[in-house]
Write a protein that binds this ligand. Structure first.
Ligand code: RIB
Length: 296
């Protein structure tokens, strides 16, 4: 039976420029290519989970502009349920201006409609969250909406995976409501009000909630209790790392019922496949591609 995943999060149009390197402040560079592709951490996680065979519902907001229509149509094509995605008047859809150079990226997000997701909007999707096997939430929507998701998931007994990106400090007691938190080292330090240079294993031990920590080329570390365990990264030719973290989180949610070590291994594999193509969603694998990659 398909896993049921609810995603509460952002929907953006990504404006992606390929460049030979990142420009210095005040410098103009000649770029190598430009594409407009669907993105946003919430939408990316929804699409990645759907491609991995889950039944997915997204809670979020779009503007009534042309980007909003394109994004809506794309998500519907991926089979994502949009009953709780609101089209808002007189506001633009979210955008992300992304520069890709040498397999790495720099991103500026303008939240626009995403900034209008409210706790009441999340609450209106209570039935969807109640039916889910896992809920995914990130931090490109207002923090009050993130908190409403954590609180609702907790009260319904549904595991919430909090991807704390982009990193912001959270009020006391919020983090504990998540079943898992999935930061990188910098994000975990921000959440704990700690020095980012502190050993990441020490940070993981101090977190008040189980942590799955992503380390880019080094793979992931995870800890429910005791000592952190390591899952090495899978080696691939990286083209664009945009959306790799979103693919990781989606796979984690979809495969959580197989146990954390298996879910983290599959999440690392899915993320590796995602970086092999330009654009956040282009490289996100389908179940058979993930299975073949893992078997190979
Ligand atoms: O995580 C990648 C995403 O971050 C991009 O798709 C972009 O929209 C930004 O939200």
């Amino acid at each position: 039976m398909a896993r049921r995943i609810a995603v509460v999060g952002s929907i953006n149009m990504d404006l992606v420029t390929q460049a030979p390197r990142f420009p210095q402040p005040g410098e103009t560079l000649l770029g190598e290519g430009f594409v407009t592709v669907p993105g946003g951490k919430g939408a990316n996680q929804a699409v990645a989970a759907a491609r991995l065979g889950a039944e997915v519902a997204l809670v979020g907001a779009l503007g009534s502009d042309a980007f909003g229509e394109l994004l809506r149509a794309g998500l519907l094509r991926e089979g994502v349920n949009l009953d709780h995605v609101r089209r808002l008047d007189e506001v633009a859809s979210g955008t992300a201006s992304i520069t890709v150079a040498g397999g790495d990226n720099q991103i500026i997000v303008v939240p626009a409609a995403n900034a209008r997701v409210t706790p009441a909007h999340v609450e209106s999707a209570r039935q969807v969250l109640a039916r889910a096997d896992a809920v995914l939430v990130q931090m490109e929507i207002p923090l009050e909406a993130v908190e409403a998701t954590l609180r609702l998931g907790r009260s319904l007994g549904v595991p919430v995976i909090l991807n704390p990106a982009p990193a912001r400090p959270l009020p006391a007691g919020w983090l504990e409501q998540a079943r898992y938190v999935t930061p990188n080292q910098h994000e975990l330090a921000t959440l704990l009000g700690a020095d980012p240079a502190e050993d990441f294993r020490a940070l993981m031990r101090r977190a008040p909630v189980p942590v799955v920590l992503t380390r880019g080329h080094e793979g992931a570390w995870y800890r429910e209790q005791g000592e952190p365990a390591h899952q090495p990264a899978f080696e691939v030719q990286a083209v664009d790392s945009t959306g790799a973290g979103d693919t990781f989180n989606a796979a984690l949610g979809v495969f959580l019922h197989e146990g954390l070590p298996v879910a983290v291994r599959k999440a690392c594999a899915a993320a590796a496949l995602a970086v092999t193509r330009l654009g956040a969603q282009q490289g996100m694998p389908r179940t058979h591609e993930l299975d073949a990659f893992l078997a190979g």
